[in-house]
Design a protein around this ligand. Structure first.
Ligand SMILES: NC(=O)c1ccc[n+]([C@@H]2O[C@H](COP(=O)([O-])OP(=O)(O)OC[C@H]3O[C@@H](n4cnc5c(N)ncnc54)[C@H](OP(=O)(O)O)[C@@H]3O)[C@@H](O)[C@H]2O)c1
Length: 321
């Protein structure tokens, strides 16, 4: 019975991830939620040279917000900056070059940003990757884990004091519905023992983002945290990492703007702040972070072990002050 419920839920869920799923969901969106000025508020968006991140940066720039785009490639970042400025008329768009897979660099960047800026209202952890072979960064850490989990952990942890000083601070992390099939695995964070499957590693990282968000929300009540699934959007990451899926779904994928809609809503709307911190969202609604069959819930002990391991790995590469 439970299995059938899960299958039915899964098929319904899959449909919801497509373009028509977005069009359906958007019928109950409240248009005035996004009718807000962001003048005087600052936003940091990682991976904002492309796809969902760029669409988010564009939408926020159009609302007058100051936008810090954090990208690994200077040329691509500058091109996105010019495009955003030209379409929005907002010149408060700043480029920061950072490879989020290099944890030591993430520390350096975040510490420097904290010293140079008086406030940051919203951090959007959007950059993400699915590297299909096992690759390691210069500190010997597996790249998907370093980018999707440890980079997000260090950036957020380091910027929390700056966010706390700012008005109505928020952190939004772009996860994925793929995490629904994963239970937090604390034993092999860098996939050293299990056979390497990029899709599963990515999904595990996205589960880790959900768990981190829940932990941060409990520990930092001054900041509003949320994590979300953008649906399936047609972006370079999907075309590159999952070419067959991209080919098969091509006409049914969401646009990057549709994928970014909930990110923007979480970042700017007053409605978001009225909801509890730490939730998982899809199409402007809090949704369960677990399939009906609850095997993906993690114990308090596992969560504690996970955070302990992240902290150890993060501190091991923290530059001395
Ligand atoms: N599109 C979907 O259907 C979908 C579904 C679920 C979740 N997501 C999530 O949505 C987020 C945005 O992805 P997208 O679909 O919009 O793809 P995208 O257009 O390819 O954007 C990914 C962004 O992340 C950046 N990035 C990747 N690795 C990085 C690193 N080590 N350091 C700094 N930046 C890095 C990319 O930079 P480069 O341009 O230099 O590569 C790019 O700017 C990701 O977290 C992804 O997991 C997407």
């Amino acid at each position: 019975m439970c299995l059938y419920r899960n299958i039915a839920w899964f098929i319904k869920g899959m449909r919801a991830y497509t373009r028509s799923g977005f069009e359906n969901a958007s019928k109950s969106f409240v248009a005035k939620d996004l009718d807000v000025s962001m003048v005087g508020r600052s936003f940091m968006i990682t991976g904002a040279n492309s796809g969902i991140g760029k669409a988010t940066a564009m939408a926020i720039a159009k609302k007058g917000g100051t936008v810090h785009i954090v990208c690994r490639n200077k040329e691509r970042a500058e091109r996105a900056r010019e495009e955003i400025i030209s379409a929005s008329g907002n010149t408060e768009v700043y480029v920061h070059v950072l490879d989020l897979s290099e944890t030591r660099k993430v520390w350096e960047f975040a510490e420097a940003f904290k010293k140079q800026h008086l406030s940051l209202n919203v951090l959007i952890n959007n950059a993400g990757c699915m590297v299909n072979q096992r690759e390691i960064n210069s500190d010997g850490l597996e790249k998907n884990f370093a980018t999707n989990t440890l980079g997000v952990y260090v950036l957020t942890k380091c910027l929390i004091p700056l966010l706390e000083k700012s008005k109505d601070p928020r952190v939004i992390t772009v996860s994925s519905g793929g995490m629904l099939v994963q239970k937090l695995n604390t034993d092999d964070l860098q996939t050293e023992r299990a056979p390497f499957d990029g899709t599963m590693v990515y999904a595990q990282n996205k589960r880790q983002q959900v768990v981190m968000t829940e932990v941060w929300a409990k520990a930092n009540p001054k900041i509003h945290f949320s994590v979300m699934h953008p649906g399936w959007a047609d972006t370079p990451a999907v075309a590159k990492a999952m070419p067959q899926f991209h080919q098969m779904m091509r006409n049914r994928l969401r646009s990057a703007e549709q994928g970014a809609d909930t990110v923007v809503w979480l970042a700017v709307s007053r409605a978001t702040a009225a909801l509890p911190s730490g939730l998982f969202f899809q199409d402007r609604q809090p949704v369960s972070a677990h399939l009906p069959l609850a095997w993906t819930h993690s114990s308090r002990r596992d969560v504690k072990a996970f955070v302990g391991r992240l902290e150890t790995l993060a501190l091991a590469v923290k530059p001395s002050e």
